[in-house]
Design a protein around this ligand. Structure first.
Ligand code: GAP
Length: 510
């Protein structure tokens, strides 16, 4: 089926590949280097994608940094001192296993190859992967050739700093933003006068040389992370002053214990019950799970399609005491991680203290403490996918992208009902006035119906139309994307009315 044809199916059936085609057609994302055939694992943001990206990052920053008084934001460099990655364990352990076909030379990520063949992988060790490939007689999907043994492959991109390409000048593009937070820990203590508990946040590019990038924006080689390291005295992991605010929240939880009993569906449970039953190890961890879910819901992700899955023992990272993934229910692919929330203990700070010699403690109640850290770590592109799948609607037979106005790339469309003198001048006047404050587009081409349809697909929440009555009484219509209702508003009140509509969006949205 061609992608264009596939797009005319109902939105519920849209696959990641069909979403990719939709996004490229509308100008959200393009395969990077498309004129040369594209480069696997890299995407460029088009005009709508670039605005969407900016709005989500801004909202994340506002929600987790600006409006709080216990979190500071930083912006670390992409290439940093290479010892950072030795201390963090990435040089030794940031690996996946690759298998190569002995006949055609095709390369595969071993666990993906097994999973694609319907074989579940209980743990990512060389021995387990080799055994599973042999026991199940897995062969090359392309040529049915015999596969070689799995070999470890480090996912960090390397480069050289300065003109000489030597071992001494070898450096890495950061595979996560988190380590820049740990290496700046002392700077923040010394310059910002912080006290426990407090957090440091940053967003920015991360790079992983994935063996098999796939799933449109899902598994990329260059992507963006939004991460917080929240530092807590290890003796006070249950002293969370915000706990009462969130303890009643219901979450869809799939614990490690349930997975060990082969239970596949999560249960809806309150945060308080999950903590009391020992399913979530401490109140600060519970708080960051709740706060993450609240933000994801606020930007328009369907809460019913979010679940919190605990890592089972064999998938737990070397630094983690307990980890939960926030997963989104993707069409066809099923539940997939969009955010990780780990209790990383004091592992990273201790390692950087050991490797750099710098003291990584802070005083709390007069006591020297190396804090524990809870780490909510979002991947921007996966959040975008969840937002898009949650927002794609079919309303009265037409495709509508019901984005929340706060993240919509274009906030307002201004249209003259017809392209006639008088209508056009007035519409341009309104457009000039609105674009001072809102990202606005002006369009006069095509019938008004087609312009509305185009705006709906691009996720424009409201359109302002200049019609015959406008020329008589200086009023315009505001048309709502999701309900198609229209109201009449005097031009002099228009800006204030739009502000109110966006503030109280749930009253107007689908
Ligand atoms: N600092 C912790 C950390 O990096 P992670 O689970 O490896 O943990 C966090 O990554 C998030 O980054 C994931 O939940 C995912 O959203 C995003 N992410 C990771 N690898 C990615 C990739 N190859 N492409 C797109 N997003 C990715």
């Amino acid at each position: 089926m061609s992608l264009e044809k596939a797009e005319s199916k109902t939105v519920q059936e849209m696959t990641l590949q069909e979403l990719a085609s939709f996004c490229t057609r509308l100008g959200f994302f393009y395969p990077s280097g498309r004129i040369y055939g594209g480069l696997s694992g890299f995407y460029d943001y088009g005009p709508l994608g670039a605005e969407l990206r900016r709005e989500i990052l801004n909202d994340w920053w506002w929600y987790f940094v600006e409006r709080r008084d216990d979190i500071w934001g930083i912006h670390g460099s992409i290439i940093t001192h290479p010892r950072t990655w030795v201390a963090s364990g990435h040089v030794d352990s940031f690996i996946d296993f690759i298998v190569t076909c002995k006949k055609c030379g095709a390369e595969y990520r071993a666990d993906h190859l097994l999973e694609d063949s319907g074989i579940s992988v209980p743990e990512l060790t060389l021995e387990t992967l080799s055994k599973l490939i042999k026991d199940h007689g897995v062969r090359c999907p392309k040529c049915k050739g015999e596969l070689g043994d799995p070999t470890p492959f480090n996912l960090m991109f390397t480069t050289y700093v300065g003109p000489k390409k030597t071992v001494a000048s070898l450096a890495y593009l950061r595979p996560e933003t988190a380590q820049l937070i740990f290496t700046n820990f002392r700077n923040i203590i010394m310059t910002m006068g912080v006290k426990l508990p407090f957090g440091i946040a940053q967003y920015g590019k991360a790079f992983r040389n994935e063996i098999s990038p796939r799933g449109f924006l899902f598994r990329l080689r260059e992507f963006e992370q939004m991460e917080i390291e929240y530092f807590v005295n290890p003796k006070k992991l249950d002293e969370c002053p915000f706990y009462n605010e969130i303890k009643g929240m219901e979450i869809n939880l799939l614990s490690a214990e349930m997975q060990e009993k082969r239970i596949k569906e999560g249960v809806w449970i309150t945060i308080e019950d999950a903590v009391d039953k020992g399913l979530i190890g401490c109140k600060w961890h519970a708080y960051w799970i709740a706060e993450s879910l609240r933000w994801l819901k606020n930007i328009g992700i369907d809460y019913k399609r979010l679940r919190v899955r605990e890592h089972i023992k064999t998938e737990l990272a070397h630094y983690a005491v307990q980890t939960f993934d926030v997963e989104f229910l993707f069409p066809q692919a099923g539940w997939k991680e969009i955010e990780g929330i780990s209790n990383r203990s004091d592992y990273d700070l201790r390692k950087h203290q050991e490797y750099s010699g710098a003291e990584m403690h802070i005083y709390d109640d007069g006591e020297k403490v190396i804090p524990y850290v809870i780490e909510p770590s979002f991947g921007l592109e996966r959040v975008i996918l969840a937002v898009l799948f949650s927002s794609l609607n079919e309303i009265k037979g037409r495709r509508v992208l019901s984005l929340h106005p706060k993240i919509a790339p274009i906030k307002v469309g201004v249209f003259p009902l017809v392209s006639k003198p008088g209508f056009v001048e007035k519409a341009k006047e309104v457009y000039e006035m609105l674009k001072e404050e809102f990202k606005t587009i002006y369009e006069a081409k095509d019938s008004i119906g087609r312009r509305y349809a185009r705006a709906d697909e691009r996720g424009v929440p409201i359109c302002v139309t200049i019609d015959g009555q406008t020329l008589n009484d200086n009023t315009v219509t505001i048309r709502f994307r999701d309900t198609r209702e229209q109201i009449r508003v005097p031009i002099e009140d228009l800006k204030e009315k739009i502000r109110a509509i966006f503030r109280e969006w749930s009253t107007y949205g689908a």
